[in-house]
Design a protein around this ligand. Structure first.
Ligand code: SF4
Length: 492
């Protein structure tokens, strides 16, 4: 079966488009240094971190065998990816049967154009949006605003960062980098509040609810994301904790779902296998507060619902991952567990990664979607501790994928010449054992002399030692010297 969504060479983004879409991913090092010095950000990250980890472990401890849940979810995704063209076609047929429309977008630009066209045809002035990472990939808000359309994010976190004119910093908690005090200041700056007391989180939530209520009622078009697309019913499934997805989808006359192609799964039973691991891994809940299914425009007997229902399926380099060493990445259900457990993400937050997807999953996805040249720091933004793979409910081998991207960087000469030179010298040295042993002896001597150590830190390895100190060495010899000594003593 032909996968007609596969981009042709003319549709594949040009180098300049890729450059624009990668935003600041190239500047990870500089951005993470700034993030480490930002005390407010550090305070917000510290508060958020513990909660996620504890809730997830409790949710997993509460079930008999989370491993068997994981296996079932992985089987669903493996099977679907093996038959992706079949299930996408089945999904399209069923959406059409239900009275909806399916559009195929190879690039984010195409997705924006399709949405702008629908809005123009329906003379839409106001748009509400439920959380959609796909629209972040496409910078949809900017495109809508440029066309003179008023767009409002309805997820509380997304609403906060929209007011702050910032991108999300976490895939499920977009405003995780904001403290309560910062949100209060933002509301005071942008809302007409008078002297209202906002020093409690519940007061901030009430204020946002008040503002959003009218936006829901005024909207001409509602745009939501989808956690899964059910092929045999032609439905889009969305999970939220705030119910904003339902109001965005059902109140306006037009509902548009934006989703990427790998979100399709065979049926509702497969969806429940994924739901079992999704909420537990993401927020530590057995299930989210709302699990909604949108299956087309309203029927004649329906009391509410949209007149028009559209699903836009975005490729954006994903079909290139199919059958490649990076296919595993298409199993990602965007639960965010790898971010919450990553020591690098926990230290620098999401904005340092410079594009839509941060943390370990983002360090793999961003180079694949925006080009390795534009994000060459990201595969190196890992300690390789392996925690991400351990907590990933879909068993995605993130460290191995990062390692493969590092290899590609090396092959494509994207790593700095100093790093390449050091690695090649190291490889050459370890192939010459005598030289290697002589060098380890010399290194030990240098490390046991503080003047020499200081000289090396200051003049030879300045960038490496900017934020570190060489360890002081008080050992009695190199590893091999001590090993030989110990073996001799044992023989005696
Ligand atoms: S890579 Fe795994 S842990 Fe990370 S967001 Fe995707 S599914 Fe969740």
């Amino acid at each position: 079966m032909v996968m007609h969504y596969k981009p042709t060479s003319q549709e594949t983004p040009s180098d300049s488009e890729l450059k624009n879409s990668s935003h600041q991913a190239l500047f990870f090092k500089a951005q993470s240094s700034d993030a480490l010095l930002d005390e407010t950000l550090q305070e917000a990250l510290k508060k958020a971190k513990g909660g996620f980890i504890e809730k997830r472990s409790q949710a997993i401890a509460d079930v008999e065998s989370f491993d068997s849940y994981k296996q079932q979810a992985q089987l669903v995704k493996n099977h679907t990816l093996d038959h992706l063209a079949y299930y996408l076609t089945q999904f399209e047929e069923n959406v059409v049967k239900n009275g909806g429309h399916v559009h195929w977008a190879s690039t984010p630009e195409q997705l924006n154009n399709i949405i702008l066209h629908i809005c123009e045809r329906r003379d839409a002035k106001f748009v509400t949006k439920g959380k959609s990472m796909i629209s972040e990939e496409a910078n949809l808000n900017e495109a809508l605003e440029a066309a003179g359309i008023d767009v409002t994010e309805t997820d509380l976190g997304e609403y906060i960062i929209q007011l702050a004119k910032e991108p999300p910093s976490h895939i499920i908690v977009p405003a995780i980098h904001k403290t309560r005090q910062q949100v209060e200041a933002l509301f005071r700056e942008t809302h007409d509040l008078g002297e209202r007391d906002l020093d409690k989180i519940s007061a901030l939530v009430d204020e946002a609810r008040l503002q959003l209520r009218q936006k829901f009622l005024d909207a001409d078009v509602g745009i939501t994301g989808a956690n899964m697309l059910i092929a045999d019913t032609g439905s889009a499934m969305l999970v939220t904790n705030e119910g904003n997805g339902d109001l965005t989808a059902t109140l306006p006359k037009v509902h548009i779902v934006t989703a990427s192609i790998e979100k399709v799964i065979p049926d509702l039973e497969s969806a429940s296998a994924i739901l079992r691991v999704l909420a537990r891994s993401a927020t530590g809940q057995p299930i989210t507060s709302y699990t909604s299914l949108f299956s087309g425009p309203r029927d004649i007997e329906d009391l509410d619902g949209p007149d028009e229902f559209h699903v836009i399926l975005l490729d954006n380099q994903r079909s290139q991952m199919l059958g490649s060493p990076f296919e595993e990445m298409l199993k990602c259900i965007k639960c965010g567990a790898c971010l919450n457990h990553c020591p690098v993400y926990s230290a620098v937050g999401g904005h340092a990664y410079g594009w839509v997807y941060p943390g370990p999953m983002g360090s793999v996805l961003t180079p694949l979607m925006t080009g390795l040249k534009q994000s060459s720091d990201l595969p190196n933004a890992s300690t390789f501790c392996g925690r991400c793979e351990e907590v990933c409910p879909m068993g995605i081998p993130l460290p191995e994928l990062l390692r493969q991207l590092r290899n590609r960087e090396h092959e494509e000469h994207l790593t700095p010449w100093k790093t390449r030179f050091s690695l090649q010298s190291f490889m050459w040295t370890i192939q010459h054992p005598r030289l290697f042993h002589w060098l380890t002896k010399m290194t030990r001597l240098i490390l046991s002399n503080s003047t020499l150590t200081h000289f090396f830190e200051k003049h030879l390895f300045t960038s490496w030692y900017n934020s570190k100190e060489l360890p002081k060495n008080h050992s009695k010899g190199t590893f091999m010297e001590q090993y030989k000594q110990n073996s001799k003593q044992k023989k005696k």
